[in-house]
Design a protein around this ligand. Sequence first.
Ligand code: PEP
Ligand code: MG
Length: 595
Amino acid sequence: MVLTGIAGSPGVGVGPAIVLGPRRVTFVQRQVRTSEQEGEIARFRQAVDDAKLELTRLSRGAQPGVARAEVSILEAYTLMLGDELLAEAVERNVRLERQCAEWAVSTAITDFARALAQQEDAYLRERSHDFEFVGERLILALTGASSTRSLPPLDEPSIVIAHDLSSADLLALDPKKILGLATEVGTKTSHTAIVARALELPAVMGADGLVANVISGDVVVVDGLRGTVTLRPSEDTAKSGLVRGEKHLALARQLLCDASRPATLASGERIDLLANIEFATEARAALEHGADGVGLYRTEFLYGGRADLPSEAEQLEQFRRVLEVADGRPVTLRTFDLGGDKPFGRLAPEPQANPALGLRALRLGLKHPEVLTAQLRAMVRASAFGQVRVLVPMVATLREWSDVKRLFAQAVAEVDREGAPRASRIPFGAMIEVPSAAVLADAFARAADFVSVGTNDLVQYTLAVDRTSPGLAALASHFDPAVLRLVSGVRSAASGAGCPASVCGAMAADPLAALLLVGLGYASLSMQPAAIPEVKAALSRVTLDEVREAAREALSRTTADDVEHGLAVSFAPRLFDLLSGDEANAPARARLGAP
Ligand code: PEP
Ligand code: MG
């Protein structure tokens, strides 16, 4: 059985599946033998007692300020835990469906919650969330987990299968034990895919029907080049998957041989290729892939997987590590972009109906100025150790920009008051990733020391396509003419204001799109480290005149397909080996009739 999804991270992984349950409290879906069933039911009963005790302890320990209503809710949950119908459903799932206790609880809760959610009565509909909560308490008690983000340790190298896996969840797993990853939700630009690429793990996102069709232990082929997941493959299919994976690695290794050569066009012009990193530990790999510096350090990952906030000193230490590895090359520290599809850490906003349109990134930072200023202070102090640039995500208005500039000036003044060393000049830049900022690019370019275009969000907000939705991924093309005109407009506005401009979204990592960006006038691109050698090879095969002409032509087109087709006709024959390494670019080749 082959399921088709989206190529999230290149490479091919073959191995036994480990299926993670669908809830925030994750567990392994395991089928049990008849001899184990009584034991599972006993575990469930014990978990009911443990969860009741925990809730009683919570309601007794409630602070005097806690509303009586909240205590009553806890008491109501205790009653729900003892519900006979729930116990019957769980036991039935264990005995008839052979589900382990966690899975049986999850199934029963899903059925109950669904039935309630369909009620006409709003009060009853609301109760479906209460059942979800009760289910989570039970699964927590069963897994013995102390936090809602704990994940099972992986015993042997496995393919991780889940409905959804947040980037924070992925980071909680041991990457050495992951052969590949496949999820039912997410797209190429969702943050889980970004982290998978950072860890160089093959990944497929948006593969519908995955969880219902895979059982832990099944052999699975995750093909992050084609975007497919093959379940229970024949021996030949598994072998050819491994061969494809090895071919991909061989091409990547071959391209790495040129890593130390600067990126230039065939006509001689130099292009700066920088790296997007998520963790300080990636800096070395970035340089090994030939990066001219760090164009985007997503510092929000310092805030995930912990109950407290990272201190200023701790952040400074991480930034210093990157700067030391960068050894004089520029390092762009982006202030935290929490919220959206990265809702983790202490600063996590309340659940929002539309998180991508809610409290995210700079908005969240301005709501917690003391946290943002502490991070800015760490960045200012880090400038003593190398060439620091500070970049602010999701700036939507000039008002926000002046607010954050004020916080930055305050951070600089505080560091100076303490007498701590710092660079005399620290460029302070804005990400252009909200359409409002792209439209006002001339004003931003005059007000900022540099701008960097984040195409992942710019595509999401320009086309109104949720970047995490696999069903809509085909609409989210960075070749869309509306996106191109904005990206081109930012370049012209920045040139007019004498402001350096670069691109740091995933568009820059796609060899065809990278040529287009250079044709539009961008001479600085930042991408995941593994893409640098490929883009460098693509640039070396074309001239500036050619890419300029292709960009001019692209700007005259009216659909994403036409833009992509035009580029493919001009360049795909010359990039064939590179594009075939990443079959996410297959449409371009398919149109040329390539195998
Ligand atoms: C972008 O939006 O293009 C970007 C680089 O930022 P992130 O992917 O972290 O949102
Ligand atoms: Mg972004």
